[in-house]
Structures are given as structure tokens and as C-alpha cells.
Design a protein around this ligand. Structure first.
Ligand code: FES
Length: 153
């Protein structure tokens, strides 16, 4: 996607006249038409290529109801290391998969979360351990994880 997206954005560059808001909107609409929504990397590329700012682009997306920014995908990283496994990590991971209707390595049906596992998160004494994006969660239960997930949505 990256090369194709970059070429699309570069098609809206005008080094002589600069890029006005009408052109930025046209570019955002073309990206959305191609990808179904405006991916986060499109914002970064537009900032680089079209000499604009993330703030301007995000305010345009908010102002124009037909434009939709891609939702951030949150990572739920479940420890499946030995010490957490001794505390029931395997059954815990299975209950997370069942409750969130997904599997390790895949996204939830709403596309907001992806489940991953890692052998040891370096907090063995406090297992079962989970990282929810950059939050370190310890002594986890399914109920505690669901509360954390609701807070981050
Ligand atoms: S085994 Fe889970 S944090 Fe080390």
C-alpha cells in the first residue's frame, strides 16, 4: 500500500503554487475512495509531501462528514511465558479469545484490537501479565482486562 499511497499523494503536490485546503480535501477524498478510510500513514505522508500539518488534516476530516479516519488498532499482548503459564495463562488466553471473538494473531470483529502473545513480559512475579498498548497490567483476570479494554476504547 505504501508506494501506491505515496504516488497518489504526490499527484496532489504543487511545488509552484503550494497546496490549498481544496486540494487537501480532494486528496483525502481520493485516499478514502481507494482505501475505504484515511489510514494513519496517509496523514504522515501528506504532512511530508504536501507541506501541511497533522492538525490541519485532522480538522478537515472532522469538518467533512463523509471523511473517516481509520481507527487505531490497540494491541493486547498476553504473556504465555512459563511463570504466567503456571498461573493459568493458557486458560486465560483461551477465555480472552472466546470473549473477544478472535484468536491470537488476529483482530477483534470491530477491528479495534489485535491479540498477540509473548513469552515473558519481564514481570513474572505479578502474573498473569498483559500489555494493553503501553500499559503494563498485572495479576490479570478476564474481568480486569475487559474493564481496561472499555477504558481505552
Ligand atoms: S512469564 Fe509472564 S511475565 Fe514472565
Amino acid at each position: 500500500m505504501n508506494d501506491e499511497l505515496l504516488r497518489l499523494i504526490q499527484g496532489y503536490r504543487d511545488d509552484f503554487l503550494g497546496v490549498d485546503q481544496t486540494t487537501l480535501i480532494a486528496c483525502l477524498k481520493a485516499i478514502q475512495s481507494q482505501y475505504g478510510e484515511v489510514p494513519a500513514e496517509a496523514i504522515d505522508m501528506m504532512v511530508q509531501e504536501l507541506n501541511t500539518t497533522p492538525g490541519i488534516l485532522k480538522s478537515l476530516i472532522l469538518r467533512i462528514p463523509s471523511l473517516k479516519m481509520a481507527s487505531k488498532v490497540h494491541t493486547i499482548l498476553l504473556c504465555n511465558g512459563e511463570r504466567c503459564s503456571n498461573r493459568g495463562a493458557e486458560a486465560f488466553i483461551h477465555s480472552v479469545e472466546t470473549t473477544l471473538k478472535t484468536r491470537v494473531g488476529e483482530k477483534t470483529p470491530d477491528g479495534l484490537f489485535i491479540l498477540k502473545t509473548q513469552r515473558c513480559l519481564g514481570r513474572c512475579a505479578f502474573g498473569k501479565n498483559v500489555n494493553l498498548d503501553d500499559q503494563a497490567l498485572t495479576e490479570m483476570t478476564l474481568e480486569k482486562l475487559l474493564v481496561a479494554i472499555e477504558h481505552i476504547k
